[in-house]
Design a protein around this ligand. Structure first.
Ligand code: ADP
Length: 492
């Protein structure tokens, strides 16, 4: 059990996996090369040259042995067989003796005695052929290499002496084993050593940079923010390091925005709380004793408490959007009447600020959405427009169809405008353009200073309807907010 888990752990390492795959590739390659070479050897005559030489030598020496002493016809069968066994052992060949009908009379291996090997008998021709050579098919069905020699006569009979070795397939195999096996094994060993070196090299180039990414992750987990993985190694590891660094950037940005959020909320709550505390203290200890100062203290407490409530409402709305719990109605909304009611709501404020409010919306502009939430968006835009436009200025809200599938509502003012470098940030939570300016301008306003959440909420609402909101502005000339809403969001 323990050994298996050890083996499994080993196999999980990149090094072992690489090595095992290399070994498999080497084995497959060597086997394929070996098979190819074997087929080539069998098809060529490479393997039969040495065998043929051996058969020729055996033939020459046997003939010398047989013919050197007494005339052949006077040799006894036993003497001849003795010579043949001696020659066969010496030259590692097989010798057969065929009678004049082609039947095997003697076999140094003893297996084919009595078999008919007529084909090996040199054919009686004119002049009669004394010697022949080539391949023949034995009774076992296999192919053999042979040299046949006709003997004038042993014990008065004309006989054929056949020299053969082993079946061709075995000969080719033996030649292959003797001549090619060694270089193949050597090549395999060299490839193995090279593959081990290669695996080590790859390990250096892959697992080292991977380990550096892992160390960077551990460092960030320990709280060492600012740590980044070095982007090095192969493309995939570099891509991983880059993604990791991007993720680390995002995590840190998210942490920072969370910290900013808490700081902003505390700051925004602290100011009204301080006012409430101060004025309620004045009421309690009698500092605000006259009816006028009592009423003023009560008004400030009321206004500041109202501002806190609004901010908490706005935060709750944003939290619901963040949690995906904001449920929007999917009702038919007439844009014209909706804008009309928003303008009417803002009319007293505009009058007080001596700002003209204008509506330009054709009838029959209907979309699907949440009327209350959309009213919140346009009220906020109109409220901002009125708040940031000096007396004598104008705020216009206009609606028109934008293509077949969308409606665009624009809120344009002739106010102070927004500096270009701040324009991209006004939709961020708590972002306020030049806080002092906002405060002064809105202090004159009935509803008081906002917390910089209005546009962030408007953007969430518009995007939840599948739309977009954009701002253009020129300092000193005014601003234009464009809300583009699809007639019906996809999926609704
Ligand atoms: P707030 O509730 O504080 O007004 P918003 O999110 O509605 O916050 O607006 C963000 C900032 O954008 C504000 O601080 C304000 O200065 C600026 N702003 C918004 N609308 C306008 C406008 N029409 N003209 C000039 N400045 C604007």
């Amino acid at each position: 059990m323990c050994n298996w888990s050890l083996l499994f752990t080993m196999f999980r390492s990149l090094n072992t996996r690489l090595l095992i795959s290399y070994i498999l590739v080497i084995l497959v390659c060597l086997t394929l090369v070996g098979m190819g070479l074997f087929l080539f050897v069998r098809a060529s005559a490479l393997w039969n040259r040495p065998t043929h030489q051996r058969l020729e030598e055996a033939e020459r020496e046997t003939m010398q042995l047989l013919l050197q002493g007494e005339p052949l016809r006077e040799l006894t069968r036993d003497q001849v067989q003795g010579f043949l066994i001696q020659a066969a052992t010496e030259h590692r060949v097989r010798i057969l003796l065929l009678d004049n009908r082609g039947t095997v009379r003697f076999d140094t291996d003893g297996k084919w005695i009595g078999q008919d090997l007529q084909t090996l008998r040199p054919q009686p021709q004119n002049p009669p052929l004394q010697r022949s050579q080539g391949t023949f098919t034995a009774p076992d069905g296999r192919q053999w290499l042979f040299i046949a020699q006709v003997l004038p006569g042993i014990e008065g009979q004309r006989q054929t002496l056949v020299f053969t070795s082993r079946p061709i397939r075995l000969l080719a195999l033996a030649w292959f084993a003797d001549n090619l096996m060694r270089p193949l094994v050597q090549a395999g060993i060299i490839a193995l050593v090279l593959s081990i070196l290669l695996a080590l090299l790859i390990r250096r180039s892959v697992s080292k940079p991977l380990k550096r990414v892992a160390s960077a992750a551990e460092a960030i987990a320990r709280g060492e923010s600012g740590t980044r993985a070095p982007v090095s190694g192969p493309t995939e590891v570099r891509a991983l390091a880059r993604s990791f660094n991007q993720m680390a950037d995002q995590v840190e940005a998210a942490q920072q925005s969370q910290r900013d959020f808490v700081a902003n909320v505390s700051h925004e709550l602290k100011t009204p709380l301080t006012s409430i505390q101060g004025f309620s203290q004045a009421l309690l200890n009698g500092t605000a004793a006259t009816p006028g100062s009592t009423a003023r203290a009560a008004r400030v407490i009321h206004t500041e408490a109202d501002r806190m409530r609004r901010m908490v409402d706005e935060l709750l709305t944003l939290a619901r959007f963040d949690a995906g719990q904001m449920e929007l109605a999917h009702a038919s909304v007439e844009i014209g009447p909706l804008l009309q009611s928003c303008v009417e709501k803002l009319a007293p404020q505009a009058r007080a600020a001596q700002v003209t409010l204008e509506l330009d919306a054709p009838g029959q502009l209907t979309i699907t959405g949440d009327a209350d939430r959309l009213a919140q968006v346009f009220t906020n835009l109109l409220d901002n427009g009125v708040a940031h436009t000096p007396a004598g200025g104008k705020v216009t809200v206009a609606a028109h169809r934008a293509g077949e599938t969308a409606v665009e509502v624009t809120v344009t003012d002739t106010g102070e405008g927004i500096p270009a470098d701040e324009l991209s940030r006004i939709f961020e939570r708590f972002y306020q353009v030049d806080k002092a300016r906002s405060r002064d301008r809105k202090r004159a306003h009935e509803r008081g200073r906002g917390a910089g959440l209005g546009l962030a909420i408007s953007k969430e609402i518009v995007e939840a309807h599948g739309g977009t909101v954009a701002a253009e502005s020129v300092v000193g000339l005014g601003s234009k907010f464009s809300v583009r809403l699809p007639v019906k969001k996809e999926g609704w």
